[in-house]
Design a binder for this molecule. Structure first.
Ligand code: AMP
Length: 193
């Protein structure tokens, strides 16, 4: 595996544990011989994950839309900063460059990015792992909602299994290394969820 894409908050959240996990994840990605792909900003958890990887002399690629270069403050010390035209290009580029996706705690942008790659996996457009790093239970409510969606048959159990969940960066990278895409046919069939 060459690169891992990390989606995370442009804010730092309330708990120091969020920043610590972001730094640790960035460092571990490099220690395990991979590069980091992320949104290219110098704020919030985005900054922390990049710093973690850069401190280990890792390869860090940021992908930022031109319109956000000032708002999110582009990181100036990355291995490579790709400035793209818009959000769609950002997500497509981040996905092209990466073999796995991890969401750290974050807000609407993080959720949107995560669910987009997850829905692409559901459609069989890629077979890359999609993972939630559930730091301090941040994603407990979201996981409960996904189970609720399965119970109500809007999400199939097979598609629910596409979401990896771990509590620590170490366990997360172990789970990603061991990941085998489900052998089942993941294409949605009408009325079969
Ligand atoms: P947030 O989780 O809301 O703090 O946002 C985290 C990152 O997601 C920031 O870099 C946002 O610019 C980015 N983001 C927000 N909405 C989108 C979107 N529709 N497509 C791509 N990135 C987005």
């Amino acid at each position: 595996m060459k690169n891992i894409c990390v989606f995370c908050g442009s804010g730092a959240g309330t708990l120091p544990a969020y920043s610590l996990a972001a730094r640790r994840l960035g460092a571990l990605i490099v220690q395990r011989g991979m590069g980091l792909v992320y949104g290219g900003a110098d704020i919030g958890l985005m900054r922390e994950v990049a710093e973690g990887a850069l401190k280990e002399n890792g390869n860090v690629t940021g992908v930022i839309p031109a319109g956000l270069v000032d708002k999110e403050i582009q990181h100036r010390a990355l291995t490579e900063l790709l400035v793209v035209e818009n959000m769609h290009q950002r997500k497509a580029k981040m996905a092209d460059l990466s073999e796995a996706f991890i969401a750290l705690p974050g807000g609407l942008g993080t959720l949107e990015e995560f669910f987009e790659v997850l829905s692409w996996a559901q459609l069989g457009l890629h077979k890359k792992p999609c993972a939630l790093l559930n730091v301090e239970g941040y994603y407990d409510g979201l996981i409960a909602f996904l189970n609720h969606a399965v119970e109500h048959r809007f999400v199939s159990p097979a598609h629910r299994q596409l979401v990896l969940v771990e509590k620590t960066p170490e366990a997360m990278l172990d789970a990603i290394a061991a990941y085998r895409p489900p052998a089942v046919d993941l294409w949605i069939k009408r009325g079969e969820t």
